[in-house]
Ligand binder design. Structure first.
Ligand code: FAD
Length: 285
């Protein structure tokens, strides 16, 4: 099925799609629910059936991979290829106005055109009452002395009462770096309301119960509150003109289309095309 066909289909929840497709309760419970919950970062497969089909297609056409030095390597690679660009890292923006960007530190940046490449609602006064909802997750890292999964596979937990969604051993850390131990990554996608200390203890307990891992040493916990935007009417692409919010402010980012890197990159390209078209129309007028 083409991407165009997938994103033109009637949207249901992923769970309803799987049930209507005829998959058994058993395969949904043992495979689809835990596996796709770990991708959509929500436990009930409420995410759009378009997203399910898109991700399924991507898994069929390519390999699942992460850069050896982590996801940050992707933006670093882009950065090294931009020789005429100035980056302002760690510079939170408070508000975007026509021709100006107001920073949290109260200073202004002048701007001919601005592309907002994140959720624009908090940054534009006229969008502030249309907040976006987000799926959240917790990533916890432990050291363990023995791998319970030796192949490059993800360990899924299908038990509905469990907090852990999946575990995996990142292969990019050598044992020598960690005193002969392996790094174990654990993902939690359910809402739990636990303070960090209780969450770590519960995770260690579940590692013992579900994987027989008895010696986990806690390393690090990341709470990702705005992990994936909760979107409906998912799209694969947009016209450059659709990224134009005002005369000089354009929008990009996954929230414009669907929660994926593909969408983030494509929407960025479309917003850039939108700016170029505006500049061209102004210079030819
Ligand atoms: C755990 C996890 C796993 C994922 N796995 C995959 C995967 O395997 N494949 C895939 O395709 N997608 C995956 N995704 C989704 C993917 O990461 C996102 O869809 C993508 O990163 C969105 O890119 P973006 O540029 O639109 O937004 P972001 O990557 O969120 O970038 C927006 C940037 O704007 C900055 N920002 C926000 N507000 C402000 C402000 N006020 N001032 C200044 N800066 C600001 C943020 O700090 C951030 O750096 C995953 C997401 C998560 C959380």
């Amino acid at each position: 099925k083409s991407l165009e066909a997938i994103f033109n289909e009637t949207e249901t929840s992923t769970l309803a799609f799987l049930q209507q497709y005829g998959f058994s309760k058993k395969v949904i419970h043992l495979f689809f629910k835990p596996f796709f919950s770990g991708i959509f970062l929500e436990p009930n497969l409420e995410t759009s059936s378009r997203m399910f089909q898109f991700v399924y297609k991507m898994f069929g056409e390519g390999l699942a991979a992460i850069p050896a030095s982590g996801m940050g390597a992707i933006s670093k690679q882009l950065e090294t290829r931009l020789s005429n660009t100035t980056f302002h890292f760690n510079t939170p923006v408070k508000q975007v106005k026509e021709g100006k960007i107001l920073l949290e530190n109260q200073s202004f940046l002048d701007s001919d055109f601005t592309i907002i490449a994140t959720d624009a609602h908090p940054l534009m006064p006229n969008l502030k009452n249309q907040q976006l909802a987000w799926n959240s997750c917790d990533s916890l890292y432990f050291l363990t002395s023995q791998k319970v999964i030796t192949k490059p596979l993800i360990g899924l937990v299908s038990d509905e009462n469990a907090l852990i969604n999946n575990i995996f051993y990142p292969t990019t850390f050598s044992k020598e770096m960690n005193k002969g131990k392996d790094v174990l990554s654990v993902t939690i996608v359910k809402e739990h309301g636990l303070p960090p200390k209780a969450l770590i203890q519960k995770t260690k307990d579940e590692l013992r119960i579900h994987f027989n891992i008895k010696d986990s040493i806690f390393l690090k916990h990341y709470r990702i509150t705005n992990a994936l935007p909760r979107l409906s009417n998912l799209k694969n692409d947009i016209e450059p003109s659709e990224t134009k919010l005002t005369a000089t402010i354009f929008l990009a980012g996954d929230t414009m289309l669907n929660g994926s890197l593909n969408a983030a990159m494509l929407s960025g390209e479309r917003a850039a095309e939108g700016v170029i078209a505006t500049v061209n129309s102004e210079t030819s007028a």
